[in-house]
Ligand binder design. Structure first.
Ligand SMILES: [Zn+2]
Length: 454
């Protein structure tokens, strides 16, 4: 075949970096791949080839190429835990988890029974993900199926790979936010039938956390899981000491927090547990053997004063647990996964552990994909994967420009540049984002219609 005549092919030229293996298990150098002058060849939204420009271009003469000199190109970033209805309450002052929910979260989530309001926030939320280089997320909606519907519709229009689910919550929250075991079953089932595995979308069963679901509701969650084995499960686990004491009170017969979820069959390789700060070694070991994921949310953990996640214990090579990074908006304070990685680095430093640039890149890309069982589709530049990627400008602020003027000539240069991007970068560092090989236009201001917020 004369590939040069194939007009469906496009090329992206620039400095490429991605992970092929887990740098928590082998050295950074062996886990990462880079091409200082690289070429991605894209066909029908998927990666056809990835390599050194000079070598690869010989096979694709005449290829239509977009060139990004002085940029770094990575796979799209993956946020493993984020609440879209909390977009408007980011940076709400002064409380820890349980009071924070009462004071800020619940009143805002109430508004999402209105489809139009939910649809407006969904647009802002997805704009904000993309403006920050986040191309896939595991997202919470609210107890109202309207809000889940609104988010799925908005994500579908943008061709995004996204996982989401309706919250199930039938006790210990304001009446206006409660469902029942029965309505949670019916509404979740209907959303699964409509949205799970449709285009790039997947469904996650979403009990808020053990204290807000009755045993009956956890039972029907298990029933849905067995009726639809390929759906995900997302919930919270062991975030705050007050929460731990409450779980002990509500579930006195279970030996620890994780055991509550285990009793209802909710700990498996499609389960994603946010936080996991105060886990015992036994809980870590059981999560590892179940193949479950922990979503590490450092900006949230610091902002709400929840504690320091033990990343290096979670990733211990003798029984590694899948870990993804997550913004946990709006307990978290930034949509930027770069800022999130920067805080993860500091949380590790406070525990006398370091976190390399390659390890952070892994958590944000291939590690995130593996933790969501999506590594067959996204996470790096392997041929056949979906072409979601980000073009980064490491000179996007005056101080970054000053620091990063020198040309990248070696792996050490690139490693240092990547680390500076992770520590100092934010949405300003995103030059552009591609979804399925198409460049998306990123709004500079919120674009949702004002009427939704009147
Ligand atoms: Zn959360």
């Amino acid at each position: 075949m004369n590939r040069s005549s194939d007009s469906s092919l496009t090329g992206i030229r620039g400095c490429l970096i991605d992970c092929l293996e887990d740098p928590f298990l082998i050295s950074d150098y062996r886990a990462v791949r880079w091409f200082l002058d690289g070429l991605l060849v894209i066909q029908s939204g998927k990666i056809l080839a990835c390599g050194n420009y000079e070598q690869l271009i010989e096979s694709y003469p005449g290829l239509k190429i977009t060139h990004y000199p002085d940029r770094i190109i990575t796979p799209g970033l993956i946020d493993t835990h984020v609440h879209f209805p909390q977009t408007a309450i980011v940076a709400s002052y002064g409380k820890q988890l349980l009071e924070w929910l009462e004071l800020y979260t619940f009143p805002e989530e109430r508004k999402f029974q209105d489809f139009e309001y939910a649809a407006g926030v969904a647009e802002i939320f997805l704009d904000e993900l993309l403006r920050n280089g986040t191309t896939t997320a595991m997202v919470w909606t609210t107890v109202f199926p309207e809000s889940t519907e609104a988010l799925f519709q908005a994500a579908q229009r943008r061709n995004l790979r996204l996982i989401a689910g309706k919250i199930m919550m039938d006790r210990n929250a304001p009446d206006y936010l409660l469902d029942t075991a029965e309505t949670a079953y019916r509404q979740s089932r209907s959303l699964i039938e409509q949205w799970h595995d449709r285009d790039r979308l997947s469904y996650a069963l979403t009990p808020r956390f053990a204290p807000t679901s009755t045993p009956e509701q956890l039972q029907i969650t298990q029933q849905l899981q067995s009726e639809f084995p390929s759906v995900y499960l997302q919930t919270h686990l062991s975030e705050n000491l007050g929460e731990l004491a409450w779980v002990k009170e509500l579930f006195p017969d279970d030996r620890d927090y994780l055991a509550v979820y285990e009793r209802f069959g909710l700990v498996h390789d499609r389960s994603v547990f946010a936080h996991g700060i105060h886990l015992s070694e036994s809980e870590f070991a059981r999560l590892a053997s179940a193949g479950a994921t922990l979503a590490f949310c450092p900006t949230s953990n610091l902002f709400l004063g929840s504690g320091l996640f033990k990343l290096h214990e979670a990733k211990a090579p003798e029984r590694p647990i899948a870990v993804g990074l997550a913004t946990d908006i709006g307990g978290g304070t930034s949509f930027s996964l770069l800022q999130t990685a920067s805080e993860a680095y500091k949380v590790s430093q406070l525990q006398n552990q370091t976190l390399s640039a390659v390890q952070m890149l892994f958590l944000l890309t291939l590690g995130g994909a593996r933790s969501l069982s999506l590594d067959h589709a996204i996470g790096n530049f392997e041929p056949g994967k979906e072409a979601d990627f980000v073009v980064w400008n490491c000179r996007s602020t005056p101080i970054m420009d000053f620091r990063n003027r020198a040309e990248i000539q070696t792996w050490e240069d690139l490693n240092d540049r990547l680390f500076s991007l992770l520590m100092m970068g934010d949405d300003r560092s995103v030059d552009c984002v591609y979804i399925l090989g198409d460049r998306v236009s990123l709004p500079q201001v919120a674009t949702a219609p004002d009427k939704a917020f009147g």
